[in-house]
Design a protein around this ligand. Structure first.
Ligand code: RNT
Ligand code: ZN
Length: 416
């Protein structure tokens, strides 16, 4: 796109927003500093480097688009490509199964920081910070229950795994001089009517108490709830009630995955409640289509309302924004491009909202005016501000981004 055109459009947009008391330059300055945590598992449909069997644990990636990353080199190349198209500096969210195990079988209760040495070095070179996840799925001991398993041996195995993941996260955080955000999600649940609901939750609570007992200085723990998993439809041990209560009581960070609630539930409405009782929140921004399908994140009401809520609650400093989707049916670099930019565009819309006026209307009981301004806000030229942001960051604007993905596919991923 012509640079001149982008600059002209920005100047007009700047004036339109200024008339409503909004400083677009200040909004862009804030956006520049927001790091999105890119989930490494979009690059290979949650396969990882363990050479294990198929994906299990109630999650499913569908689609067989050619060119997925088959090893650490390809995965890093794809992340580098994706981030070259995304304005700003971002983080990379690794799962334990993405360790570099040197061709040996390293079981989950044997993993250590040494298996992430390559990642830590690579991330430091790229100026990218790392986040981390324990992995309870896709393993012979995964079954239906891991940390809530009544079999003491299996439970001990997963407790050891999760403790080790905390130690790895702490080492990542120490090395990068910024806390590594460790997310713990376990798939534990039952397919059908469950009569020992209390028992499994007691076990999960005990496991977590043991896992989280050791304090670390360079990592932060997050617990992710879920509504149901495939094959585990009737009962989820780590439900949102369970984790919200656990997090509030133990000062732990809850993770809100936008695909993990009833389809008519508004995830954004949880932020203001949780932040009154928990230290921070972690987000897994996703897009459920009829169920927790993990479609690519878009600029839709669910995403924009979520980001607006962070701004309205003055909570940007207390929120970790990660993505969590895995679409194997389209170009996977394209999926990173669309989803990450969608999260950023939604954040930009949130930062440009005429909040002062909206709040004043609300305080004065001017409810028509509030609704009217919210509607007007939707058609303000935020897109011109976005294009300018991309231009300023030296990343492709408009159609150029799609063309860049096509070029990488032609030259790299199609040859895999
Ligand atoms: C599963 C959870 C979890 C996973 C990743 C791979 O429903 O959302 O966050 O998607 O850990
Ligand atoms: Zn998630």
């Amino acid at each position: 796109m012509k640079e001149q055109l982008i600059l002209q459009a920005y100047e007009i947009a700047k004036e339109r927003y200024a008339a409503l008391g909004i400083d677009t330059d200040a909004a862009l300055k804030k956006l520049q500093d927001i790091q999105i945590s890119l989930h490494c598992w979009q690059a290979d449909d949650v396969t990882g480097f363990e050479n294990a069997g198929s994906l299990s644990g109630g999650i499913q990636s569908t689609g067989n688009y050619p060119g997925k990353a088959r090893n650490v080199e390809e995965l890093r190349a794809d992340i580098e490509m994706a981030t070259s198209l995304i304005p700003g500096t971002h983080r990379l969210n690794l799962h334990e199964i993405y360790g570099e195990f040197g061709g040996k079988f390293v079981d989950r209760d044997e993993v250590g920081p040494e298996h992430f040495e390559g990642w830590m070095q690579w991330a430091a070179e790229k100026g990218m910070k790392l986040d981390f996840n324990s992995t309870s799925f896709s393993h012979p001991k995964s079954g239906d229950l891991s940390l809530a398993n009544p079999d003491p041996e299996i439970r001990a195995f997963w407790i050891e795994h999760t403790k080790r993941c905390r130690a790895i996260a702490d080492e990542m955080g120490r090395r990068q001089g910024d806390p590594c955000i460790l997310n713990i999600w376990v798939h534990d649940g039952c397919k059908d009517f469950t009569v020992n609901r209390m028992k499994y939750r007691e076990l999960l609570k005990e496991s977590l108490d043991e896992i989280l007992a050791k304090p670390y200085a360079h990592m932060k723990d997050c617990l992710e709830a879920k509504l149901f998993g495939i094959g585990l439809e009737s009962y989820t041990v780590g439900s949102s009630d369970f984790y919200f209560a656990y997090c509030a009581k133990n000062n732990v960070i809850p993770t809100l995955d936008t695909g993990h609630y009833h389809p008519t539930e508004n995830v954004y409405d949880k932020i203001s409640s949780l932040l009154l009782f928990c230290p921070e929140v972690m987000l897994h921004v996703s897009r459920p289509v009829r169920w927790d399908s993990d479609h690519v994140t878009l600029v839709d009401d669910a995403t924009t309302e979520l980001m607006k809520e962070l701004v309205r609650c003055d909570a940007l400093g207390r929120a970790h924004i990660g993505l969590d989707y895995f679409d194997g049916s389209i170009n996977r670099i394209g999926a990173y491009l669309i989803g990450t930019r969608a999260a950023q565009k939604s954040l930009l819309m949130a930062l440009l909202e005429p909040l002062g006026t909206l709040r004043a209307y609300e305080a004065e009981g001017k409810n028509f005016q509030r609704l009217g301004l919210l509607e007007l806000d939707k058609v303000l030229p935020w897109n011109a501000v976005w294009d300018y942001f991309c231009l300023k960051n030296g990343v492709p604007v408009g159609m150029e981004a799609i063309e860049a993905v096509e070029k990488y596919e032609k030259e790299v991923t199609s040859k895999r």
